[in-house]
Design a protein around this ligand. Structure first.
Ligand code: C2O
Ligand code: CU
Length: 431
């Protein structure tokens, strides 16, 4: 099988054939004016970790915990993170999912850096310019490493903004078939005063989508993939399907009675007191493309794009490295045999992503948020929708666009990580 994360051959860093070598595209060493330095050291190591129920997980961890340490910053701070690898024999890196870092900080082994072998370390530095809910994870044999626990959350708060009275970071992950929020595989309980503002930051760190619903209150979906929506309206009795890798921030005002969050139909978080039941239900799914109010976008369906790439996703036998192999494919080929997408700095780029297979493909481009233009020919009618991961379901066609303004070489892949490992991954390279 093709080894998407460059497996054992990840030692070499290939510079771009033209333009600035990735190794020259490192982050700054100082925060923005008024910002602080946030130093962290994160150590990758194997550990046996117990979930809240007592179930033991034979894990790969950052700092011995599931998930790894929560990283936080205020907008404008400098994140200064030293990654150490104690004993992960396959090696590790840190990839800042959804964060548009300079390319040399992106953590793609064999592309932006050499893999960090056991006993080695690597220092990442970048400015926390984007406020919102993000995450980090290893990018080396990530279909194994992330599943086993090599991930954590990254939350950047705006410099001037009132924090919510209750602000919960809720990374959902499946360990050995058990769905947990953080390391809790039971029901989380959270106190909140009536009238308090509550923010729930939902993260899907799995390879399959999860379905969420909030019962007992009206709420707003304030942000998607760490990017605020424009005038998000009040919702109730709506299900929210969160793609693999994606994030939703939900905000509500605490009512008198309890509120319940369900994950895949099960209550997993209760907010507020009392033993009273909260009525949950099978509610219709929110259509993200029609939610919120239209706002300013820098380009749209009618823009003349400098580059337009079509990616047809499917699976089957394909030529991979000169040999036929079973693969998850893009335009009939598997990594590393998929031609690179080449762009120039400043280009407006459009992707058409077509799913011809029978599985959902959560598409993820490194280093760039993309604007959703349309799904199945129907344009976005709600808030401008900037995402870093979007679910292309069987038969769907998505149109997304972005400005190429972050030079380097970037992985562009399915975030169902086993699919990426089976070939559904390519590179976008600045000329
Ligand atoms: Cu979160 Cu290349 O991925
Ligand atoms: Cu996929």
């Amino acid at each position: 099988a093709p080894s998407a994360d460059a497996g054992g051959g990840a030692a070499a860093v290939e510079p771009p054939t033209r333009g600035t070598p990735v190794t020259g595209l490192r982050g700054p060493s100082t925060p923005a004016v008024g910002g602080a330095v946030r130093p962290y050291t994160v150590t990758a190591r194997t550990a046996t970790v117990a979930l809240a129920s007592g179930q033991e997980i034979d894990a790969w961890t950052f700092d011995g915990a599931l998930p790894g340490p929560p990283l936080t910053a205020v907008q404008g701070d400098l994140l200064d993170v030293t990654l150490r690898n104690e004993d992960i024999d396959d090696g590790v890196t840190l990839h800042w999912h959804g964060y548009d870092v300079p390319c040399g900080e992106d953590g793609a082994p064999g592309t932006t850096q050499a893999v960090v072998a056991a006993g080695d370390e690597f220092r990442y530095r970048f400015r926390a310019d984007q406020a919102g809910t993000f995450w980090y994870h290893t990018h080396q044999v990530s279909h194994v490493g992330v599943r086993r626990g090599l991930y954590g959350t990254l939350v950047v708060t705006p410099r001037e903004a009132e924090a919510a009275a209750v602000d919960l970071v809720l990374p959902v992950h499946t360990f050995d078939g058990v769905v947990a929020i953080g390391d809790d595989d039971g029901v989380l309980e959270q106190a909140a005063d009536e009238g308090a503002t509550v923010r729930l930051r939902l993260l899907n760190t799995d390879s399959e989508p999860h379905r969420f619903a909030l019962a007992g209150t009206v709420f707003r979906l304030a942000a998607v993939d760490g990017r605020d929506l424009n005038e998000p309206g009040e919702l109730s009795e709506r299900a929210l399907r969160l793609p693999a890798g994606g994030r939703y921030d939900l905000v509500f005002t605490m009512p008198a009675g309890p509120v319940a969050l369900t994950v895949d139909g099960e209550v997993r978080l209760r907010v507020g007191g009392g033993d009273g039941d909260v009525a949950t239900g099978e509610w219709p799914e929110l259509d993200l493309l029609g939610y919120g109010e239209p706002g300013d976008v820098p380009f749209d369906l009618d823009t003349a794009y400098d580059r337009h790439f079509t990616m047809v996703l499917d699976r089957g036998v394909a030529m991979v490295d000169g040999r036929p192999a079973f693969a998850q494919t893009v335009n009939g080929r598997g990594h590393p045999s998929i031609p690179e997408q080449v762009v120039a700095d400043g280009d407006l780029v459009r992707f058409t992503v077509v799913n011809r297979g029978l599985e959902t493909h959560p598409w993820h481009l490194h280093g760039h948020g993309v604007l959703v233009l349309a799904r199945d020919g129907r344009p976005t009618t709600g808030s401008p929708l900037w995402v870093d991961t979007f679910d292309v379901r069987p038969g769907e066609v998505w149109e997304v666009a972005f400005e190429a303004a972050n030079p380097g070489v970037w992985m562009n892949h399915c975030h169902n990580l086993p699919h990426a490992d089976q070939g559904m991954m390519l590179r976008l390279r600045y000329d």
